[in-house]
Design a binder for this molecule. Structure first.
Ligand code: PLP
Length: 438
């Protein structure tokens, strides 16, 4: 499979290696598949005994034979995924696909870990090094920090706003050490993002530093996320009697785009539910046909506080920019903070299960969808995007009880914080990077 820009279908297609190492297409668009690939036969061969690493390796080998021989596909799959998704049952119609069993306890581990392993291989093949520069408001940075820890020929510099991330998030960013460096910026997340952007668009710095981005628009993060939908389908297909839907708590819409790619490659799906919080530009688009990005508003499910979802460009391309066409596959649901808390409480009281606020948005959206249309013969796979222990305060507010923090997170709280303080000025960042890596 090769890739072109969402903004220029006529560009010369690039392979996965180039798309991953570049991050963004040369014209500022996002890379998207240049061709249709049909994997129906392969997908049909997966069943409930297929392990996640086996499924991933088979898909990687099929999709990218030009960069991964079958043997390399096996190696990278095992390197990237020492953790796996888990499918659980909420009730007869709603299944929960838990994606929080990786190192940072959120689904972003899947994308970040594959990207890190792939980049390590590609850089070694090219005899190159990379400095990954990224800004985080909390969660994305910790997945990247864990994923890139100890990778050869790669240094990671993460900017985060001082005193504006949670204590747990700060520890996750600042205790990895080694090739992962945390810069504590005296400023806001917007300042961090601006500084990173300015460094990336400075040609003189580009020339002196082997800079790469690893943010959520990188294809290396998107592609592996398609694999857990296939995995859920393989587990369910024997008991499936009617229709199957996937409910995806969404912010930047990477996860939903990956679901749609899985469907394009041959995974059976009757539709997808775009489950969002008050940041509802995509459900609004589905309703009105007008896409009006705007500044994000703060909610309890804060990893989904995105007012201008970057992957919308990729989704639009799949549906040829036609809202009718998108509507035939994607249904939008919007959930307020009050409804999120209510859902968390109700789910806990009826099943004893703690869910984090993002997952609650997904589950409530699944339930509404089933109520609207009748649940007879339908299954909805709802993605659980984060461990409830990561959002202990909110879970406690909703349920009156505090969930356990997974040991791998609790351990992080004991480690000493190591960060470098820096002002919110791009010149200071540039000087630091040149001093360290040029
Ligand atoms: C990032 C994130 C989301 C949103 O995923 P997108 O791919 O950006 O739509 C949802 N839940 C959690 C916990 C996240 O960290």
């Amino acid at each position: 499979m090769k890739f072109v820009s969402t903004r220029n279908a006529a560009m010369t297609p690039v392979d996965l290696k180039e798309a991953v190492l570049r991050g963004l297409a040369p014209d500022g668009g996002l890379f998207r598949p240049a061709e249709e690939v049909n994997c129906k036969d392969l997908i049909a061969s997966f069943n409930r005994n297929t392990e996640f690493t086996e499924l991933s390796a088979a898909m990687i080998g099929r999709l990218f034979p030009e960069v991964f021989s079958r043997e390399k596909a096996d190696i990278i799959s095992r390197k990237a995924f020492p953790f796996a998704p888990a499918l659980t049952e909420l009730n007869s119609a709603v299944r929960v696909l838990e994606l929080f069993h990786g190192p940072s306890c959120a689904f972003k581990d899947f994308g970040a870990s594959f990207l890190a392993a792939a980049m390590e291989q590609f850089l070694a093949e090219e005899g190159r090094r990379a400095v990954i520069l990224t800004a985080t408001s909390g969660d994305t940075g910790s997945a990247a920090a864990q994923a890139f820890k100890g990778r050869e020929n790669i240094d990671v510099v993460i900017l985060y706003p001082s005193a504006r991330v949670s204590p747990l998030q700060e520890k996750q960013l600042t205790t990895v050490g080694g090739n992962v460096l945390a810069l504590e910026v005296g400023g806001s997340f917007d300042d961090c993002q601006k500084m990173v952007k300015e460094v990336f668009t400075d040609p003189a710095l580009q020339e002196k530093l082997p800079l790469t981005s690893a943010n959520s628009i990188n294809l290396g993060r998107l592609v592996p996320q398609a694999f857990y939908y296939l995995y859920a389908f393989a587990l369910l297909k024997e008991e499936l009697e009617g229709e199957i839907y996937y409910s995806v708590p969404s912010g930047n819409f990477g996860n939903l785009t990956a679901a749609v790619y899985a469907w394009r490659w041959g995974m059976p799906a009757n539709g997808f539910i775009a489950a969002v919080n008050a940041n509802d530009v995509v459900p609004e688009y589905l309703q009105t046909g007008i896409f009006s990005p705007r500044p994000s508003v703060h909610t309890l499910s804060n990893a989904m506080d995105v007012g201008n979802p970057s992957n919308f460009e990729r989704l639009q391309e799949v549906f040829s920019g036609n809202v009718e066409c998108m509507r035939s596959m994607i249904h939008g649901e919007t959930v307020t903070d009050d409804q999120t808390l209510e859902a968390m409480k109700r789910i806990f009281e009826s099943t004893g299960r703690f869910v984090d606020p993002h997952t609650a948005v997904g589950i409530l959206s699944s339930e509404r969808f089933l109520e609207m249309d009748g649940s007879e013969g339908k299954l909805v796979v709802t993605l659980a995007t984060a461990h409830p222990g990561k959002f202990g305060e909110i879970v406690e507010e909703a349920t009156g009880r505090r969930p356990d923090i997974p040991p791998r997170l609790a351990r992080v709280m004991e480690l000493p914080k190591k960060s470098v303080k820096i002002d919110n000025r791009t010149v200071d960042l540039a000087e630091f990077l040149l001093d360290r890596f040029a």
